[in-house]
Design a protein around this ligand. Structure first.
Ligand SMILES: [Cu+2]
Length: 435
């Protein structure tokens, strides 16, 4: 450096320097523009109503082969603040649970909402009320019911969904709910076991704010007490220089001792006060609810379905599944629907009742069979079923062919001549066809 600055031709460096600073200015401008673009993107995305909110993000094999929802139904889609609405439905827990997804030993049935727009007042699984997570059994069928109460007016896309421990969320079909009325009218009063009526909207709020602020202030103060001192490198150098005595003062030690004794004493004192004030209390529950699947349904073993082969033709966006079906019932049966990952492919030759008001994605004529004649009692038939629709792509289910676990799963619905429905879960490895 010295040789350069002493060089008589120092001037020569000038143009280069200006060149560099120009480049830097250019960089600054570019960064600024990028930043503006980012702000703009955030602005645009927040302005637009959220039409989708991650329903399609989960890998297709997780959506198709874990919780298989069906018959999801809302009691109403338009209601007011304080009014109750019920969502009911069923789900099958796939037998062919993906190897990379932890088993559903702890799962929580939840409702996805954009913020606290409703409150949940009741929840049932197979008719039993439950509060906690539940262990689900692969192969089992369950029936659920959740009662909610309108809290904030607006139009929201709401889904029932399962939180699976260590796996993520498996969304059920969504529905638009319209909550009318005034947010100020919302009431959420409950009666405690002591007979006292409390308003859940404000109960304990002051206490919560006080304790959070108290501990945050204490912790911040203690942190700042040390941070204002020389930190890591300076500290290390003082240590090396044998000045460790100056790093911790007698006052530091006194304060540390006061905190060490004071905090546990404080916690114990306030704990005792609380226990005396509320002698009848139930601890927060963390147990796992044990609810068995619905007892083997009447149709178990009546209709035997085995998946022989599945092929996905990419240009046609069609999944062709070869099923070996044995009709053990007393009536002729016909295949009316194939449902997977909240997409329903219907056989329009069969007036299968579309008995739900969730806008689960439906391909009305998406299901076709190589032999549409009813399967007679006692007959065993190999049926070639094609579920074809652009929904494979728009619902991002076709990504299954790029997964390391290229297997599909879903439910097939048979209807007999008496209107009886039989549900079977199928699964198979998928072979992609590129042309
Ligand atoms: Cu949604």
């Amino acid at each position: 450096m010295k040789t350069i600055s002493q060089n008589p031709q120092t001037n020569m460096l000038m143009p280069i320097n200006t060149g560099l600073s120009k480049e830097r200015q250019h960089h600054k401008l570019l960064n600024g523009l990028l930043f503006l673009a980012m702000i703009f993107a955030v602005y645009i995305t927040t302005l637009q109503p959220a039409m989708a909110h991650g329903e399609k993000n989960l890998e297709p094999y997780v959506r198709m082969r874990t919780i298989q929802w069906y018959d999801v139904q809302w009691s109403k889609q338009k209601f007011n603040v304080n009014e109750e609405v019920t969502v009911t439905g069923k789900f099958h827990v796939a037998e062919d649970w993906p190897i990379s997804v932890p088993k559903p030993d702890a799962s929580f049935l939840n409702i996805s909402t954009p913020g606290p727009v409703m409150i949940r007042t009741e929840r049932y699984l197979n008719g039993k009320p439950f509060m906690n997570s539940v262990a689900l059994q692969p192969g089992g069928d369950y029936d659920f019911k959740v009662v909610l109460k309108g809290r904030l007016p607006g139009k929201y896309h709401i889904h029932p969904f399962f939180n699976l421990r260590d796996a993520g969320q498996v969304m059920g079909p969504g529905a638009w709910l319209d909550i009318g009325g005034d947010a100020a009218d919302f009431t959420n009063n409950i009666q405690t076991i002591n007979g006292e009526i409390v308003n859940m909207e404000t109960y304990g709020l002051g206490n919560g704010i006080f304790w959070h602020s108290f501990w945050a202030l204490l912790a911040t103060a203690w942190l700042l007490w040390w941070v204002r001192r020389p930190l890591f490198i300076a500290r290390y150098r003082m240590l090396k220089a044998g000045m460790e005595d100056e790093l911790i003062t007698p006052l530091d030690k006194h304060i540390a001792k006061a905190i060490l004794v004071g905090v546990p004493v404080l916690v114990f004192a306030f704990y005792t006060m609380t226990v005396n004030q509320y002698p009848k209390a139930i601890p927060l529950q963390t147990s796992l609810d044990q609810i068995l699947p619905l007892s083997a349904k009447v149709n178990a073993g009546v209709i035997e379905v085995e998946t022989l082969r599945a092929e996905y033709r990419i240009p046609e966006r069609a999944m062709t599944v070869s099923l070996s079906i044995k009709n053990g019932s007393d009536n002729p049966i016909q295949l009316g629907e194939f449902a997977t990952g909240s997409v329903r492919f219907l056989n329009k030759a069969i007036p299968a009742p579309v008995e739900n008001n969730t806008e689960s994605v439906i391909a009305a004529g998406g299901l076709s069979l190589d032999n549409p004649s009813p399967i007679q009692p006692g007959e065993q038939r190999t049926l070639l079923v094609t579920a074809g629709d652009a929904l494979w792509e728009s619902e991002k289910l076709d990504g299954v062919i790029n997964d390391a676990d290229s297997r599909i799963g879903g439910l097939v619905f048979f209807y007999d001549s008496e209107g009886e429905r039989y549900v079977s879960s199928i699964s198979a490895a998928v072979i992609p066809k590129f042309d």
